[in-house]
Design a protein around this ligand. Structure first.
Ligand code: AMP
Length: 279
């Protein structure tokens, strides 16, 4: 496995691979890797001749400085996990390599970017789109793998690919969970033991909401979830939304096939997101 820190080396590798007709599978990450990330790498391994993983904590997608500063970083264990998963190239650039000068660009993803994470994390999706666009341009992947845990991000990337006519196939991957149901996330490492014990309540509540969903009105499900969190001593609900899985717009009235529940919860100062297909 090779580790590149520069755009030039990575571009050279990808250009060469492309000219030899080899397929490139790409998994963009911010490191602090866990089995959820590795499931994406393994899928890329099965479907491509070469696998490239990027590790880059992208400062411009953080709307909260403390979250950026405290974001976990474990490069040496990440590299071990990636080697074991059969990754060929790790692209691990510095911030100045990726952004030699201040970058500002605003993408228009319409209503897709104004709901949920877009509403609560201003600028977040511009930061995501800028980095992913740039990474695609460097890695030149045939396929890129994204987790459904960050469902809105997945839909934003699909919109980016359509808008910019990028020649890459976006492959969605299912949410990987701990045994107690908590969606795996690099931020879970930072939960106190007390918060870690409490956090499976999030998925449990989503499962209960799913059980209520057949024949129910979305307002009833939303009310149920807000009630569950209202008296929770540790977890603070930021939002729970019932939305259509394509355009992410809120579903009103009776739940339709393709409706998902999307949730964001604070466990202390750690913000966790999750989602579930309701019917
Ligand atoms: P991150 O390092 O958090 O930016 O995540 C990198 C990629 O891994 C994104 O496409 C995420 O959606 C995906 N990912 C993170 N956690 C999970 C998980 N628990 N299950 C599936 N995919 C995940």
């Amino acid at each position: 496995m090779r580790v590149f820190n520069t755009i030039a080396e990575t571009r050279k590798f990808s250009g060469q691979a492309r000219s030899e007709g080899k397929s490139i599978g790409f998994v963009p990450t911010m490191g602090a890797l866990h089995p959820g990330h590795i499931s994406l790498v393994e899928r890329a391994r099965r479907e491509n001749e070469l696998v490239v993983v990027s590790i880059f904590v992208n400062p411009i997608q953080f709307n909260n400085t403390a979250d950026l500063e405290k974001y976990p970083r474990n490069l040496s264990s990440d590299l071990q996990l990636l080697k074991a998963a059969g990754c060929d190239v790790v692209f691990n650039p510095s911030v100045s390599e990726m952004y030699p000068e201040k970058i500002e660009r605003h993408y228009d993803f319409g209503a897709l970017a104004t709901v949920m994470e877009g509403a609560f994390r201003p600028g977040h999706f511009d930061g995501v789109a800028i980095v992913v666009h740039k990474l695609f341009d460097i890695v030149l992947p045939h396929r890129a793998y994204f987790g459904e845990k960050d469902y809105q991000q997945l839909q934003i990337i699909r919109a980016l690919v359509r808008q910019e006519d990028l020649q890459v196939n976006i492959v969605p991957c299912p949410i990987s969970r701990e045994n107690d149901g908590l969606a795996r996330s690099s931020r879970n490492e930072r939960l106190t033991p007390e918060m870690r014990n409490a956090a499976p309540f999030i998925y449990q509540t989503l499962l209960n909401a799913q059980a209520l969903a057949t024949n129910a009105e979305s307002g009833r499900i939303i009310e149920y979830v807000y009630q569950q969190f209202a008296n929770h001593p540790l977890l603070k609900l930021e939002y729970f939304v019932v939305a259509n899985s394509d355009d992410l717009q809120p579903v009103s009235g009776k739940i339709k096939p393709g409706s998902f529940g999307f949730i964001a919860v604070f466990a202390g100062d750690i913000r966790l997101i999750d989602n579930i297909k309701l019917i």
